[in-house]
Design a binder for this molecule. Structure first.
Ligand code: NDP
Length: 453
C-alpha cells in the first residue's frame, strides 16, 4: 500500500507542480485512507480517489478595477469547483495577496471532506483572488468586489455553487458581491452565505466557526471527563474565527491569553475578557488596525512583533492546556508542536484550515493528545452556512437559540462520527483518520451511485 501512496503522490506532484499546499492536503488524506481502500477494492477499481483529487472544474479570470486615484489594477480571480457528489459546490472566497491556484485547490479539497462531515448536502469548492483589502477604501473594495462578481456570477447559483467568506472576505465584501449578483441576475436568491441578517443572513453565522471549534474541543475533553472551565488557551489570529473562539472560551469560563495578526502577537497573562474582546472587535472590524494597539491599551499584555527569521512562532511557546490556531495554513510547524507539548498543551482544536504541517500533526498523534483537525473542528461555519441556505429556501429565519442548538448538535455529531470511524478503522482517538475516512466514505458512495461523471 505504501507503494500505492508513493505512486499516487508522485502523479499528483507531476500533474500539479508548484502547489505544495495542495500536495500536503492530498498526502494527509491519502495516508489515512489505506485501510479504507483495502476494505473496499471497488473504490480502487472505480478510481474514486484519483477522481476526488481532480477538481470537477477550475475557473480562473481577470479582475480589472480602478483605485480612488484613477489608477488601473488587474488581479486574478479563481473558483475551484472540486466536488458536487453530495450537493452544490460550497466553500468560501479568500481575498489575500498570497492566494494562488494551489492554495485554493488545497482549501477546496479539504472542504469536500469537511462538508461531507457536516451531515448536510453540501459539495466542496473554494475561490478568491490575490487582492488585498487591507489599506483600501470602502469604495475601492466595492469596485473590486463588483468586478470580481461580474465574471463569477455566470458560474454560481443557489443550486450550483454557493460561495461564502474566508480570510479578507466578511460582511462588507459579501454585501458588495451580493449586490452585483442580484443586479446581473435580477434575482434575490441565497447564492452567497454570510449575508447580513436584514437581507437573508442567518443569526449566529458570524460566530459559528469559532463557537463550533470550541464546541469540538469541549466534546474531545468530555471523553476524558474534563471541561474547558479554568483552562488557559492560546489562540492565534484576530479575525472572525479567532474573535468568536475567544468569545465562546470566555463564556465557558476558560482563560484565552493570546491573539495575533500578520505583524505580531499579544500575550495577556491576565486573560482576555469581554471588555478587551470588544476593543479587539472594534480595532479589527471597524478601524481595521494592528493588534499591537492591544498592548498599548491594556498594560497586562506584552506585544511581540513577527520575526520571519525564527524557526518557530513564539505565540505557541507559553504555558497552557489548549491551543486554537485560527489564523492561516501551516502556522504550527514541528518545532511549534514540540513547544506546545512541552508547555503542557494537550488539546488542539483547529479553527483555521490546515494550520499544522504534516510533521507537526505527527508530533500530536505520537503524543496522543486530543487533536481536532480543521476539517472537523472548524466545520461549524459551513454547517451554519448550510442552515442559512435552508432558511433562504423556505424564506424563514430561525432564532439565535434554534441555530445555536443545531450548531451544537452538528458539532457533537461530527465528533461522534470522527471518533467512531477512527475506532472502526483501527486507530482509536485519531480524529484525523476518523475525519478523512468518514468524509471520504459518504462522497465515495455517492460517486459510486452516480456512475462515471
Ligand atoms: P479573517 O480575515 O477574519 O482573519 C484572519 C486572521 O489571520 C487575521 O488576524 C490575519 O492577520 C491572520 N492572518 C492571515 N494570514 C496570515 C498570515 N499569512 N500570517 C499571519 N497571520 C495571518 O479570516 P477568518 O478568521 O475568516 O479565517 C481564519 C482561518 O479560518 C482561515 O484559515 C480560514 O480558512 C479558516 N476558516 C474560516 C471560516 C469562516 O467561517 N470565516 C470557516 C472555516 C475555516 P492580518 O489581519 O494581519 O492579515
Amino acid at each position: 500500500m505504501k507503494d500505492d501512496i508513493s505512486a499516487l503522490m508522485a502523479d499528483v506532484k507531476a500533474k500539479n507542480p508548484a502547489e505544495p499546499e495542495f500536495h500536503q492536503a492530498v498526502h494527509e488524506v491519502v495516508e489515512s485512507l489505506s485501510p479504507v481502500l483495502d476494505r473496499h477494492p471497488e473504490y480502487r477499481k472505480a478510481k474514486i480517489l484519483e477522481r476526488i483529487i481532480e477538481p470537477e472544474r477550475v475557473i480562473m479570470f481577470r479582475v480589472p478595477w480602478q483605485d480612488d486615484q484613477g489608477n488601473m489594477h488587474v488581479n486574478r480571480g479563481f473558483r475551484v469547483e472540486m466536488s458536487s457528489a453530495i450537493g452544490p459546490y460550497k466553500g468560501g472566497l479568500r481575498f489575500h495577496p498570497s492566494v494562488n491556484l494551489g492554495i485554493l485547490k488545497f482549501l477546496a479539497f479539504e472542504q469536500v471532506f469537511k462538508n461531507s462531515l457536516t451531515t448536510l448536502p453540501l459539495g466542496g469548492g473554494k475561490g478568491g483572488a490575490d487582492f488585498d483589502p487591507k489599506g483600501k477604501s470602502d469604495a475601492e473594495v466595492m469596485r473590486f468586489c463588483q468586478a470580481f462578481m461580474c465574471e463569477l456570477f455566470r458560474h454560481i447559483g443557489p443550486d450550483t455553487d454557493v460561495p461564502a467568506g474566508d480570510i479578507g472576505v466578511g460582511h462588507r465584501e459579501i454585501g458588495f458581491m451580493f449586490g452585483m449578483y442580484k443586479k446581473l441576475r435580477n434575482e434575490f436568491t441565497g447564492v452567497l452565505t454570510g449575508k447580513r441578517l436584514t437581507w437573508g443572513g442567518s443569526l449566529l453565522r458570524p460566530e459559528a466557526t469559532g463557537y463550533g471549534t470550541v464546541y469540538f474541543a469541549a466534546e474531545m475533553l468530555k471523553t476524558r471527563h474534563e471541561e474547558l472551565t479554568g483552562k488557559t488557551c492560546l489562540v492565534s489570529g484576530s479575525g472572525n474565527v479567532a474573535q468568536y473562539t475567544i468569545e465562546k472560551l470566555i463564556d465557558l469560563g476558560a482563560r484565552p491569553v493570546t491573539l495575533s495578526d500578520s505583524t505580531g502577537y499579544i500575550y495577556d497573562e491576565a486573560g482576555i475578557t469581554d471588555e478587551k474582546l470588544a476593543f479587539v472587535m472594534n480595532l479589527k472590524n471597524v478601524r481595521r488596525c494592528r493588534i499591537a494597539e492591544y498592548a498599548d491599551k491594556f498594560k497586562s499584555a506584552i506585544y511581540t512583533p513577527a520575526n520571519s527569521k525564527l524557526d518557530h512562532n513564539p505565540l505557541w511557546n507559553h504555558k497552557a492546556q489548549c491551543a486554537f490556531p485560527c489564523a492561516t495554513q501551516n502556522e504550527i510547524n514541528a518545532k511549534d508542536a514540540d513547544n506546545l507539548l512541552k508547555n503542557g498543551v494537550y488539546v488542539v482544536s483547529e479553527g483555521a484550515n490546515m494550520p499544522t504541517t504534516i510533521n507537526g500533526v505527527h508530533r500530536f498523534l505520537d503524543a496522543k493528545i486530543l487533536y481536532g483537525p480543521g476539517k472537523a473542528a472548524n466545520a461549524g461555519g459551513v454547517a451554519t452556512s448550510g442552515l442559512e441556505m435552508s432558511q433562504n429556501s423556505v424564506r424563514l429565519s430561525w432564532t439565535r437559540d434554534e441555530v445555536d442548538t443545531r450548531l451544537h448538535h452538528i458539532m457533537s455529531v461530527i465528533h461522534k462520527i470522527c471518533s467512531e470511524t477512527a475506532e472502526q478503522y483501527g486507530t482509536p482517538g485519531n480524529y484525523i483518520n476518523g475525519a478523512n475516512t468518514a468524509g471520504f466514505l459518504k462522497v465515495a458512495n455517492a460517486m459510486m451511485d452516480q456512475g462515471l461523471v
